[in-house]
Design a protein around this ligand. Structure first.
Ligand SMILES: [Zn+2]
Ligand SMILES: [Zn+2]
Length: 356
């Protein structure tokens, strides 16, 4: 494993640089890189992650096979091993059983866990019996390396052969592309547990980063994802860059994908209010009593109003009230959240002044 994870970036970056120096670049090569990056990346996010590991939507056998082949191109092991590790990561985050626990450090969560020798018991594939029933998964388990080599190396080689530069095609479309896919995925386990906002769960190490989403087909919204792992979306706002969500959604109009799992909106609001409340409480501890009681009262009143609206929303949801009711709840909650954010900002300033 160490060998492969060294050879790919080495050949991908150094080899491609030398190739460019001696033979230049033709337009087909960056296109090959981008298209194979897109295909293999989506195979991981839309396939391995959201379909197989989390079952956040359903699809037909044909798309399962397509996503299995696309995901195999990323060379990130089989669906069974990937999903087994990933389900452990979600079920027992930051514990001894989390295969890429951030508590063991940035480097370990990024790549160390793949290259270090993990004991056999921990490496075992478990908790994926449901996936073993799928024909695409069973086929992949038997012929994983053949699929990866044929589609990941031979196909780019043949494409390159068609315009007379097969070596360049393999350097761009296989080695450099695999390096990018690998490290983009690794960054979700490392960087996305390190930098970014914790809007939905303050206690999780997972964080939301729109920047990381640009390279990971939407997986940068990791705090939301850890809070609501079975949601087919990671970036929930309409402007959040989450191509995996867009594709799953578009395909649902044709019936190819179905039963898309969306977290109820009032639950999302609930998590946001809980998170901001906790973060403000920690600041309140650090300021003096007179300021503390002033802010505390304001915060409590707002949180109480928010909870009342959330409970009313929950009740109306059961009896399927009309859309205008939900819209009203939403706008009221948005306003309260905005007010809380303002207070939070002032509190931070205040605690800085007092501590200086
Ligand atoms: Zn994570
Ligand atoms: Zn996940």
């Amino acid at each position: 494993m160490v060998f492969f994870l060294t050879i790919f970036p080495l050949v991908g970056i150094v080899g491609t640089s030398f190739y460019i120096y001696f033979y230049g670049v033709v337009w087909q090569e960056p296109i090959l890189l981008l298209s194979f990056w897109f295909i293999s990346g989506m195979g991981i996010t839309m396939g391995y992650h959201r379909l197989f590991s989390h079952k956040s939507y359903q699809t037909n056998v044909f798309l399962e096979w397509v996503l299995m082949i696309f995901g195999s191109l990323a060379l990130e092991n089989t669906i069974l091993k990937w999903s087994s590790d990933h389900r452990k990561h979600h079920n027992k985050p930051e514990s001894e059983d989390d295969p890429y626990s951030i508590t063991k450090g940035f480097w370990y969560a990024h790549i160390g866990w793949v290259v270090e020798n993990t004991d056999e018991e921990k490496n075992k594939i478990m908790g994926v019996k449901d996936l073993e029933k799928k024909s695409a998964v069973r086929f992949q388990s038997k012929y994983y390396l053949y699929i990866a080599v044929v589609f990941g190396f031979i196909v780019p080689f043949l494409i390159g052969l068609s315009y007379g530069r097969p070596i360049g095609a393999v350097l761009w479309g296989s080695f450099l592309r695999i390096t990018l896919v690998h490290h983009a995925t690794f960054f979700i386990n490392s960087l996305c547990h390190y930098v970014g906002r914790r809007t939905y769960d303050l206690e999780s190490t997972a964080r939301d980063s729109w920047f990381m989403s640009l390279f990971t087909f939407g997986e940068g919204y990791h705090n939301y994802h850890h809070k609501f792992p079975s949601d087919f979306r990671n970036g929930i706002s309409w402007f959040a860059f989450d191509p995996s969500k867009w594709f799953i959604n578009i395909l649902s109009f044709t019936g190819i994908t179905k039963n898309l799992r969306r977290t109820k909106e009032y639950l999302i609001f609930k998590s946001k209010f809980e998170s901001i409340h906790k973060s403000m409480n920690t600041i309140l501890f650090s300021i003096d009593e007179s300021h503390k009681s002033f802010y505390d009262e304001k915060i409590k009143t707002l949180i109480q109003s928010a909870n009342e609206i959330i409970n009313a929303w929950k009740e109306s949801d059961k009896i399927m009230s009309d859309m205008s009711t939900f819209k009203q709840y939403k706008s009221e909650l948005k306003k309260i959240y905005k007010d809380l954010k303002k207070i939070s900002k002032n509190l931070k300033k205040e605690s800085l002044v007092l501590s200086s």
